[in-house]
Write a protein that binds this ligand. Structure first.
Ligand SMILES: C[S@@+](CC[C@H](N)C(=O)[O-])C[C@H]1O[C@@H](n2cnc3c(N)ncnc32)[C@H](O)[C@@H]1O
Length: 300
């Protein structure tokens, strides 16, 4: 069947499929994005060799259609990302937020740090965070010696700190790419030479993230639409994900993120996103055009 033979949608079929996608992953297709949804649905229908959207819908809601449903969702996600995206925000993260968390944690002798990159796409965001955390801890360590023991070679994360960066996505294909940790010259735009030298190995034409950095990041599948999300995070990055959800879904997600954070934990959203109007449970932290949100604690 060629494209011209692909059947057109009825309004009802489109609504059914739109609702199903929304229920499964929270993605909302407004008028502006409906042509994109239609195009992707048409491609999948052709791939499945089905002759009506209603039969495609029946397939998606059936048990054997689970795999096709996850394939459709993968085709609907926008995976654009880059290293060091939104520099002003990352400066705020590295200087102010890390400093505050490390100081508070050290006071109660808790040396573990847990960061979650929710909607990590092909890995540039969590690897950027790993590099920034390694640098922030080295700098912190220079000023706040924790042990007299001089270790050679110097570890990436100075003891007794333990850093865990969880990176998750709904798209298995981007998670596989992220785990390979290998990037083209084009994808390295925005990574300065200092970072390239310290944290990457040149392998042929590509740049491989060094093992030590890779070991700080753990990739996993998580659908942000579900209730069971990773708990006890000090910091959550969920950037350029919520913009594809409608307001009701954004509110539900922010409520879940609140519960997934440790007290006084921080949350980062994308440049075009904001928590204002969605919740009163976070307060905005702003510095040099970088923005973050800190969990507000209710005093008893
Ligand atoms: C535009 S990318 C953002 C990547 C990165 N956070 C950044 O800002 O550069 C959005 C990512 O969110 C993921 N995503 C969309 N809906 C999701 C959901 N319900 N659960 C988990 N991840 C989702 C997509 O698969 C995609 O990789």
């Amino acid at each position: 069947m060629n494209t011209s033979e692909t059947p057109a949608f009825t309004e009802t079929e489109l609504k059914l499929l739109q609702t199903l996608v929304y229920q499964e992953c929270g993605m909302h297709f407004d008028e502006r994005r409906t042509p994109f949804l239609q195009d992707r649905l048409q491609r999948r229908l052709k791939e499945c060799q089905l002759d009506s959207f209603y039969s495609y819908y029946r397939l998606l809601i059936s048990q054997p259609g689970k795999q096709e449903l996850s394939c459709l969702l993968e085709n609907l996600t926008v995976n654009e990302t880059s290293f060091f995206r939104n520099k002003a925000q990352l400066d705020l993260f590295q200087r102010d937020v890390m400093e505050d968390i490390l100081r508070r944690k050290q006071e109660c002798r808790d040396f573990s740090l847990r960061i979650w990159s929710a909607g990590c796409s092909t890995g540039q965001e969590p690897y950027t965070l790993a590099m920034l955390v390694a640098d922030a801890l080295s700098y912190y360590y220079l000023r706040t010696a924790l042990s007299t023991e001089a270790r050679v070679p110097k570890p990436l994360i100075p003891g007794p700190w333990r850093v865990e960066i969880l990176a998750s996505d709904i798209n298995y294909s981007v998670l596989r790419t992220a785990q390979q940790a290998s990037y083209s010259e084009h994808q390295m735009t925005g990574v300065d030479y200092g970072y390239r030298l310290r944290y990457f190995d040149k392998v042929g034409e590509r740049y491989a993230v060094k093992k030590g950095v890779q070991e700080l990041v753990h990739f996993d599948f998580h659908n942000l639409k579900t209730e069971y999300l990773p708990q006890r995070n000090d910091i959550i990055f969920c950037r350029n994900v919520m913009m594809y959800f409608d307001e009701a879904e954004q509110k539900r997600l922010v409520e879940k993120f609140y519960r997934c954070l440790n007290p006084q934990g921080y949350m980062f959203v994308g440049h075009a996103e904001s928590l204002l109007g969605l919740t009163e449970k976070f307060q905005m932290v702003h510095h040099n055009s970088g923005t973050a949100y800190q969990r507000v604690e209710v005093r008893m």
